[in-house]
Design a protein around this ligand. Structure first.
Ligand SMILES: [Zn+2]
Ligand SMILES: [Zn+2]
Ligand SMILES: [Zn+2]
Ligand SMILES: [Zn+2]
Ligand SMILES: [Zn+2]
Ligand SMILES: [Zn+2]
Length: 388
């Protein structure tokens, strides 16, 4: 099966997709070239024209939307893509050789539909056994190069489409080959045309090889330039990629910095919070001690006063008027001592405790009510607060 592998590799070398018309998705039949260099079958383009604007002089490429001007007999006058035609023929032939291993190929020399066994490369025909023998017998054509189907299948001899060797004829002089190039008209012409329509000194004509060399150089130069543009584009893409990566890094770092700083601030504020809470606790406990002491002292005084009052009451109830009169001085002294007692007061300011929010720090404790300043100076800019 080594032969089929080789034939297969020939097929693989040619991208088969490239040989498909994107309108009908079949292999090209009579491919025509549009100005944008896209190719489609002649028939497909004719249908396309009918669907676009049958009377118009323009055709819009269905692939890239670029327009091609039509002239003369319309789509039929568009340049042929002979290279694609040849490739389609060669690929189709390779497939035929591969599929049937030659068995399906008929003789193209006689009308007997015999199985072909070889091919004459000069006549460009497949030959049956009979025709091959006949070919070899005739002196006029026995110099023809004949190769076997096996040679073609193995890739030892590569099938080349005859289209590649065809020399196109002049449209005005059908018996004349196109073999002159008029630089002035940028046109391939025949010798007759050179004499008839492209005379010196108004026209400058050269032979095809010279014109071809020149054209190739022009194309090569532009291809190189386009290559440079492509390189520039790629360089820009790479640069943009690097810039993007840099931005991504900076983005991530910025977010990290924000979070780190926030964490630090939060920790700092928690520390402040702890400090302030501790301080508040301490002051509270201190005040509570004062409150408790005052309450205790006053309670004791109340008890003592009650005892005294009780004693006085009992004396007044039970003692005789002599005794009372005799004790009068002591009684009055004891009572007036009680009236002079001042209750222990806890200062009002010890009740007050507040927190004032800070702008840069958490804030501070305020332990005394700040005197409210009254007056117009304090109310000069009310809008800055209320206006929002
Ligand atoms: Zn097509
Ligand atoms: Zn196009
Ligand atoms: Zn034959
Ligand atoms: Zn031949
Ligand atoms: Zn001509
Ligand atoms: Zn000319």
């Amino acid at each position: 099966m080594a032969s089929s592998v080789t034939a297969q590799s020939v097929l693989e070398k040619i991208s088969v997709d490239h040989l498909e018309c994107s309108i009908c998705t079949n292999r090209f039949r009579q491919p025509k070239l549009l100005d944008c260099l896209h190719s489609f079958c002649l028939q497909c383009l004719q249908k396309l024209r009918q669907s676009q604007d049958p009377s118009g002089t323009k055709l819009t490429c269905p692939l890239c939307r670029r327009e091609t001007m039509l002239k003369g007999s319309g789509v039929a006058d568009l340049p042929n893509n002979f290279a694609f035609s040849a490739l389609v023929e060669e690929v189709t032939m390779q497939e035929k050789l591969l599929e049937g291993q030659g068995s399906e190929i008929k003789c193209q020399n006689c009308k007997e539909e015999n199985q072909a066994i070889s091919r004459c490369m000069d006549c460009d025909h497949f030959l049956c056994q009979e025709c091959q023998k006949a070919h070899e017998r005739m002196t006029v054509i026995n110099s023809h190069k004949i190769c076997t189907l096996a040679q073609l299948q193995s890739g030892e001899i590569v099938y080349k489409s005859k289209i590649r060797e065809e020399v196109p004829k002049c449209g005005k002089h059908p018996d004349q080959n196109l073999n002159v190039y008029c630089n002035t008209c940028e046109q391939v012409i025949c010798l007759m045309c050179t004499v008839l329509y492209h005379e010196k000194p108004n026209h400058s004509c050269v032979g095809l090889p010279e014109a071809f060399e020149k054209s190739k150089k022009k194309v090569e130069k532009l291809v190189a330039k386009v290559g440079q543009s492509k390189t520039e584009l790629n360089t820009t893409i790479e640069k943009t990629c690097i810039s993007r990566k840099k931005l991504d890094t900076m983005f991530a770092n910025t977010k990290k910095k924000i979070s780190t700083k926030a964490d630090q601030e939060v920790a700092k504020i928690r520390q402040e919070e702890q400090k302030l809470l501790k301080e508040t606790d301490r002051i509270y406990q201190e005040r509570i001690t004062t409150f408790k002491a005052a309450q205790a002292t006053n309670s004791k005084e109340v008890t003592q006063t009650e005892h005294k009052l009780e004693e006085v009451k009992q004396l007044m109830n039970q003692a005789s008027c002599y005794e009372i009169l005799e004790l009068q001085q002591k009684l009055l002294h004891n009572l007036s001592e009680l009236t002079g007692k001042q209750p222990e007061q806890v200062p009002d300011k010890l009740t007050f405790m507040d927190f004032e929010e800070g702008e840069r720090s958490l804030g501070r404790l305020t332990l005394e009510e700040e005197p409210k300043v009254k007056g117009p100076s304090h109310r000069t800019k009310p809008n800055s607060e209320d206006g929002i």
